[in-house]
Design a protein around this ligand. Sequence first.
Ligand SMILES: [Ca+2]
Length: 263
Amino acid sequence: MVSTRFAAPVLVLACLVAGCRIGDKDDPPAMFDNHNGGVAAFGPDGLLFISTGDGGGGGDPQMNAQNPNRLLGKMLRIDVSTLPYTIPPTNPLANEVWGVGLRNPWRWSFDAPTNRLYVADVGQNRYEEVDVVMPDAPAPGFAVNFGWPLTEGSRCFPDDQAACNTAGQTLPVLEYDHSTGACAITGGYVYRGAAIPPLQGRYFYSDYCPGFIRSFRFTNNQAIEKIDWNTPDVGRVISFGEDASRELYVITASNKIYRIARQ
Ligand SMILES: [Ca+2]
Protein backbone atom coordinates (compact mmCIF):
# COMPACT_ATOMS: atom_id res chain seq x y z
CA MET A 1 0.00 0.00 0.00
CA VAL A 2 1.28 3.40 -0.90
CA SER A 3 1.06 5.89 1.89
CA THR A 4 1.01 9.57 1.28
CA ARG A 5 3.06 11.56 3.64
CA PHE A 6 2.97 15.27 4.15
CA ALA A 7 6.14 16.65 2.66
CA ALA A 8 6.88 19.28 5.23
CA PRO A 9 8.75 22.23 3.81
CA VAL A 10 11.77 23.53 5.63
CA LEU A 11 10.99 26.97 6.95
CA VAL A 12 13.35 29.80 7.60
CA LEU A 13 12.78 33.34 8.81
CA ALA A 14 14.11 35.59 6.08
CA CYS A 15 15.63 38.87 7.16
CA LEU A 16 14.19 41.93 5.47
CA VAL A 17 17.69 43.35 5.39
CA ALA A 18 21.17 42.20 6.30
CA GLY A 19 21.30 41.75 10.05
CA CYS A 20 17.49 41.70 10.22
CA ARG A 21 17.43 45.14 11.79
CA ILE A 22 15.13 47.71 10.22
CA GLY A 23 16.91 51.00 9.79
CA ASP A 24 20.39 52.04 10.72
CA LYS A 25 19.28 55.10 12.56
CA ASP A 26 20.76 56.71 15.62
CA ASP A 27 17.96 55.58 17.88
CA PRO A 28 19.29 55.24 21.41
CA PRO A 29 18.76 51.85 23.02
CA ALA A 30 15.30 51.75 24.55
CA MET A 31 15.67 52.45 28.28
CA PHE A 32 12.28 51.01 29.19
CA ASP A 33 10.43 47.82 28.41
CA ASN A 34 7.00 49.30 27.69
CA HIS A 35 5.56 50.90 24.52
CA ASN A 36 6.52 48.34 21.95
CA GLY A 37 4.07 49.00 19.14
CA GLY A 38 2.82 45.72 17.80
CA VAL A 39 1.38 45.51 14.28
CA ALA A 40 2.82 45.06 10.80
CA ALA A 41 0.27 45.07 7.97
CA PHE A 42 0.20 45.73 4.25
CA GLY A 43 -1.53 48.86 3.08
CA PRO A 44 -3.68 49.14 -0.03
CA ASP A 45 -0.55 50.28 -1.85
CA GLY A 46 1.14 46.92 -1.17
CA LEU A 47 3.66 48.55 1.15
CA LEU A 48 4.31 47.23 4.64
CA PHE A 49 3.33 49.51 7.51
CA ILE A 50 4.92 48.90 10.92
CA SER A 51 4.11 50.74 14.14
CA THR A 52 6.68 51.41 16.84
CA GLY A 53 6.27 52.68 20.38
CA ASP A 54 8.14 55.73 21.64
CA GLY A 55 10.71 53.79 23.66
CA GLY A 56 8.70 53.72 26.86
CA GLY A 57 8.94 55.45 30.19
CA GLY A 58 6.66 58.44 30.69
CA GLY A 59 6.40 61.52 28.50
CA ASP A 60 8.79 60.22 25.84
CA PRO A 61 11.94 60.99 27.90
CA GLN A 62 14.23 60.07 25.02
CA MET A 63 12.35 62.47 22.73
CA ASN A 64 11.97 59.86 20.03
CA ALA A 65 8.44 60.36 18.73
CA GLN A 66 8.95 63.76 17.08
CA ASN A 67 12.49 63.05 15.91
CA PRO A 68 12.21 62.21 12.19
CA ASN A 69 15.61 60.53 12.23
CA ARG A 70 14.62 57.91 14.81
CA LEU A 71 12.35 54.97 14.17
CA LEU A 72 10.66 54.90 17.60
CA GLY A 73 7.23 56.47 18.08
CA LYS A 74 6.49 56.09 14.38
CA MET A 75 4.43 54.53 11.66
CA LEU A 76 6.98 53.13 9.25
CA ARG A 77 6.38 52.17 5.62
CA ILE A 78 8.72 49.99 3.60
CA ASP A 79 8.68 48.01 0.36
CA VAL A 80 9.38 44.32 0.92
CA SER A 81 8.56 43.14 -2.62
CA THR A 82 12.28 42.50 -2.95
CA LEU A 83 14.83 41.91 -0.23
CA PRO A 84 16.56 43.70 1.27
CA TYR A 85 13.61 46.05 1.65
CA THR A 86 13.62 49.44 0.01
CA ILE A 87 12.34 52.88 0.95
CA PRO A 88 9.26 53.75 -1.11
CA PRO A 89 10.00 56.85 -3.20
CA THR A 90 6.71 58.31 -1.99
CA ASN A 91 7.76 58.24 1.68
CA PRO A 92 7.80 61.83 2.88
CA LEU A 93 11.24 61.96 4.50
CA ALA A 94 13.25 59.67 2.24
CA ASN A 95 13.57 57.15 5.05
CA GLU A 96 11.36 54.49 6.67
CA VAL A 97 9.22 57.06 8.46
CA TRP A 98 5.68 57.60 7.22
CA GLY A 99 4.15 59.09 10.38
CA VAL A 100 5.65 60.63 13.53
CA GLY A 101 4.30 61.46 16.98
CA LEU A 102 2.96 58.13 18.22
CA ARG A 103 3.23 56.92 21.81
CA ASN A 104 2.22 53.28 21.82
CA PRO A 105 0.22 52.33 18.71
CA TRP A 106 -0.01 48.66 19.63
CA ARG A 107 -3.25 47.97 17.73
CA TRP A 108 -4.25 49.48 14.41
CA SER A 109 -5.82 48.34 11.14
CA PHE A 110 -6.73 49.21 7.60
CA ASP A 111 -10.32 49.26 6.44
CA ALA A 112 -11.17 48.06 2.96
CA PRO A 113 -12.89 49.29 0.87
CA THR A 114 -12.34 52.79 2.25
CA ASN A 115 -8.58 52.13 2.62
CA ARG A 116 -8.60 54.26 5.75
CA LEU A 117 -6.00 53.62 8.42
CA TYR A 118 -7.37 53.51 11.98
CA VAL A 119 -4.65 53.99 14.58
CA ALA A 120 -5.44 53.60 18.28
CA ASP A 121 -2.71 55.33 20.29
CA VAL A 122 -2.42 54.75 24.02
CA GLY A 123 -2.35 57.91 26.13
CA GLN A 124 -0.14 58.82 29.05
CA ASN A 125 -2.16 60.23 31.93
CA ARG A 126 -5.58 61.14 30.68
CA TYR A 127 -6.60 60.63 27.07
CA GLU A 128 -6.90 57.61 24.79
CA GLU A 129 -7.34 58.28 21.09
CA VAL A 130 -8.20 56.96 17.65
CA ASP A 131 -6.77 58.61 14.56
CA VAL A 132 -8.19 58.01 11.09
CA VAL A 133 -6.09 58.89 8.06
CA MET A 134 -5.61 57.87 4.46
CA PRO A 135 -2.44 55.86 4.04
CA ASP A 136 -1.22 58.03 1.17
CA ALA A 137 -1.54 61.27 3.09
CA PRO A 138 1.99 62.70 3.44
CA ALA A 139 3.24 65.41 1.12
CA PRO A 140 6.96 65.35 0.34
CA GLY A 141 8.86 66.57 3.37
CA PHE A 142 5.94 66.25 5.75
CA ALA A 143 5.27 63.03 7.60
CA VAL A 144 1.84 62.62 9.11
CA ASN A 145 2.23 64.00 12.64
CA PHE A 146 0.07 62.25 15.23
CA GLY A 147 1.15 64.79 17.85
CA TRP A 148 2.71 62.94 20.75
CA PRO A 149 4.24 64.23 23.04
CA LEU A 150 3.20 67.73 22.03
CA THR A 151 -0.37 66.59 22.48
CA GLU A 152 -2.14 63.76 24.30
CA GLY A 153 -5.45 63.22 22.58
CA SER A 154 -6.49 66.65 21.36
CA ARG A 155 -5.03 68.36 24.48
CA CYS A 156 -1.63 69.88 25.05
CA PHE A 157 0.87 67.77 26.92
CA PRO A 158 1.88 67.75 29.73
CA ASP A 159 -0.53 70.54 30.73
CA ASP A 160 -3.89 69.66 29.24
CA GLN A 161 -5.28 73.07 30.22
CA ALA A 162 -2.60 74.98 28.37
CA ALA A 163 -2.86 76.43 24.90
CA CYS A 164 -0.39 75.16 22.35
CA ASN A 165 0.09 75.15 18.64
CA THR A 166 -1.36 72.04 17.04
CA ALA A 167 -0.84 73.22 13.47
CA GLY A 168 0.26 70.41 11.22
CA GLN A 169 -0.91 67.69 13.59
CA THR A 170 -3.43 65.01 12.78
CA LEU A 171 -5.69 65.22 15.82
CA PRO A 172 -7.81 62.27 16.95
CA VAL A 173 -11.30 61.73 15.64
CA LEU A 174 -12.22 60.10 18.94
CA GLU A 175 -10.82 60.33 22.45
CA TYR A 176 -11.91 59.33 25.93
CA ASP A 177 -10.43 60.04 29.33
CA HIS A 178 -9.47 57.90 32.28
CA SER A 179 -12.16 59.18 34.64
CA THR A 180 -14.17 55.96 34.53
CA GLY A 181 -11.30 53.52 34.86
CA ALA A 182 -9.98 53.35 31.33
CA CYS A 183 -6.21 53.05 31.00
CA ALA A 184 -5.07 52.01 27.53
CA ILE A 185 -7.05 51.78 24.31
CA THR A 186 -7.07 48.51 22.38
CA GLY A 187 -7.77 49.29 18.74
CA GLY A 188 -9.82 46.97 16.56
CA TYR A 189 -11.37 46.87 13.12
CA VAL A 190 -14.16 48.30 11.08
CA TYR A 191 -16.89 45.65 10.88
CA ARG A 192 -17.38 44.48 7.31
CA GLY A 193 -18.99 41.15 8.00
CA ALA A 194 -22.40 39.94 6.84
CA ALA A 195 -23.77 38.32 10.00
CA ILE A 196 -24.89 41.55 11.68
CA PRO A 197 -25.79 44.13 9.02
CA PRO A 198 -26.42 46.99 11.50
CA LEU A 199 -22.74 46.88 12.43
CA GLN A 200 -21.54 47.60 8.87
CA GLY A 201 -18.94 50.34 8.77
CA ARG A 202 -18.57 50.70 12.53
CA TYR A 203 -15.08 50.72 14.03
CA PHE A 204 -14.83 48.59 17.18
CA TYR A 205 -12.37 49.18 20.01
CA SER A 206 -11.87 48.36 23.65
CA ASP A 207 -9.58 49.20 26.57
CA TYR A 208 -7.04 47.21 28.53
CA CYS A 209 -8.71 48.06 31.85
CA PRO A 210 -12.54 48.21 31.75
CA GLY A 211 -13.03 45.66 28.97
CA PHE A 212 -15.91 47.46 27.27
CA ILE A 213 -16.84 47.02 23.62
CA ARG A 214 -17.49 50.34 21.90
CA SER A 215 -17.78 51.53 18.33
CA PHE A 216 -18.17 54.60 16.21
CA ARG A 217 -18.77 55.30 12.56
CA PHE A 218 -16.40 57.62 10.71
CA THR A 219 -18.05 59.78 8.11
CA ASN A 220 -17.58 63.34 6.83
CA ASN A 221 -14.37 63.55 8.85
CA GLN A 222 -16.15 62.89 12.13
CA ALA A 223 -16.74 60.04 14.51
CA ILE A 224 -20.50 59.69 14.88
CA GLU A 225 -22.89 57.13 16.35
CA LYS A 226 -20.63 56.44 19.34
CA ILE A 227 -22.03 53.37 21.04
CA ASP A 228 -21.10 51.43 24.16
CA TRP A 229 -22.56 47.99 23.51
CA ASN A 230 -22.93 47.18 27.21
CA THR A 231 -21.43 43.76 26.79
CA PRO A 232 -20.32 41.95 29.95
CA ASP A 233 -16.86 42.99 31.12
CA VAL A 234 -14.54 40.33 29.72
CA GLY A 235 -11.45 41.67 31.45
CA ARG A 236 -8.33 42.92 29.78
CA VAL A 237 -8.86 43.08 26.01
CA ILE A 238 -5.51 42.73 24.27
CA SER A 239 -6.58 42.45 20.65
CA PHE A 240 -9.31 42.14 18.11
CA GLY A 241 -9.23 39.70 15.24
CA GLU A 242 -10.93 39.49 11.86
CA ASP A 243 -11.71 36.30 9.92
CA ALA A 244 -11.98 35.70 6.18
CA SER A 245 -15.65 36.73 6.30
CA ARG A 246 -14.60 39.83 8.23
CA GLU A 247 -16.49 38.88 11.34
CA LEU A 248 -14.79 40.26 14.45
CA TYR A 249 -13.26 38.55 17.46
CA VAL A 250 -12.13 39.79 20.87
CA ILE A 251 -9.06 38.37 22.59
CA THR A 252 -8.37 38.82 26.29
CA ALA A 253 -5.35 38.54 28.55
CA SER A 254 -6.99 35.57 30.29
CA ASN A 255 -6.55 33.45 27.14
CA LYS A 256 -10.14 33.79 26.01
CA ILE A 257 -11.43 34.56 22.57
CA TYR A 258 -14.94 35.73 21.75
CA ARG A 259 -16.78 36.39 18.51
CA ILE A 260 -18.93 39.49 18.31
CA ALA A 261 -22.35 37.98 17.80
CA ARG A 262 -26.00 38.89 17.91
CA GLN A 263 -27.97 37.59 20.88
CA1 LIG B 1 -2.09 61.93 18.98
